[in-house]
Design a protein around this ligand. Structure first.
Ligand SMILES: Nc1ncnc2c1ncn2[C@@H]1O[C@H](COP(=O)(O)OP(=O)(O)OP(=O)(O)O)[C@@H](O)[C@H]1O
Length: 266
């Protein structure tokens, strides 16, 4: 893909597990480590990246020649989202083919500037957008975000299986909302259970890239457009994102050094 070295999909089976939050913080952590990073928000119906990156409503991308757009820039990250092109207060009442068409346009018509990593914030599930992505562009790998409870793991398994079917390597699992740390009494409570990320990583012979707590500040900072990694760079949460970023970068570079693999499927 023009202007992009590595494409990494951030995905989950289930909605609301923190994909967008992980995407934006991982992007900022990679950027803090010196990489040039872009974020493509592939959630056409419910884009979140504009808000999480603090892009003001109504800010629109500039045209780049006849049929391309320059991405917007926020916190040093290049970004493209449906939210930059439409009024986000109105629902998008679109059928599947229109959604896929819009995604393809975001994919093909954004003029990325010399990126090391393009992170794609996927919509939940294993449908049209996921298939389109794997068929249209070379995806270096996928990061699977899950919470530790069984109902989320069930959907995360489907996500992993889907990427395997389309020959996209799974780089690892991010276990989000692992434990709740009470800011008043210090008590740790594993609200969504324990060990889920590890179990699923073992099952699919992949790794847990990192574990993040259920935390008021993660939510407040992401929702306010100044995510943890830039607002609290020295916090344990930001350090965890830094470690996840290092693992992702080394997995992807390692994969690049091995060269392409040949696979057969029906
Ligand atoms: N570790 C966390 N602690 C507290 N709140 C969190 C955490 N991770 C995410 N959240 C909050 O949970 C909500 C959902 O997160 P987010 O939008 O990242 O999920 P998602 O998986 O991308 O959702 P969707 O399926 O809608 O795309 C957001 O308000 C976010 O701030």
């Amino acid at each position: 893909m023009e202007g992009v070295k590595h494409i990494v999909a951030v995905a989950s089976g289930k909605g609301g597990v923190g994909k967008s939050t992980v995407t934006v913080n991982l992007a900022l952590a990679l950027s803090a480590q010196g990489y040039r990073v872009g974020v493509l928000d592939a959630d056409i119906y419910g884009p979140s990246q504009a808000q999480m990156l603090g892009v003001k409503e109504g800010e629109r991308p500039q045209a780049a020649g006849e049929d391309k757009f320059f991405p917007l820039e926020a916190h040093g990250i290049q970004a493209m989202s449906m939210a930059f092109l439409v009024n986000t207060r109105e629902p998008m009442v679109w059928r599947g083919p229109m959604v896929v068409g819009a995604f393809q346009q975001l994919l093909n018509q954004t003029q990325w500037d010399n990126l090391d990593f393009l992170l794609i914030d996927m919509p939940p599930g294993t449908g049209d957008i996921q298939l389109t992505l794997s068929q249209r562009v070379p995806v270096s790998g996928a990061v699977i975000v899950t919470t530790p409870q069984d109902i989320a793991l069930l959907d995360a398994r489907k996500g992993i299986e889907m990427f395997r079917k389309v020959n996209v390597p799974v780089l690892g699992i991010v276990e989000n909302m692992s434990t709740y740390h009470c800011e008043n009494c210090g008590h740790e409570a594993p609200i969504f259970g324990t060990g889920g990320g590890e179990r699923i990583a073992d099952e699919y012979e992949t790794q847990v890239l990192g574990r993040l707590p259920l935390s008021l500040s993660i939510r407040e900072l992401a929702d306010s457009g100044n995510p943890s990694v830039i607002s609290e760079p020295d916090s344990p949460v930001s350090q965890t994102f830094g470690e996840i970023a290092k693992r992702v970068a080394s997995e992807v570079d390692g994969a690049a050094e091995q060269g392409p693999t040949i696979s057969f499927s029906e």
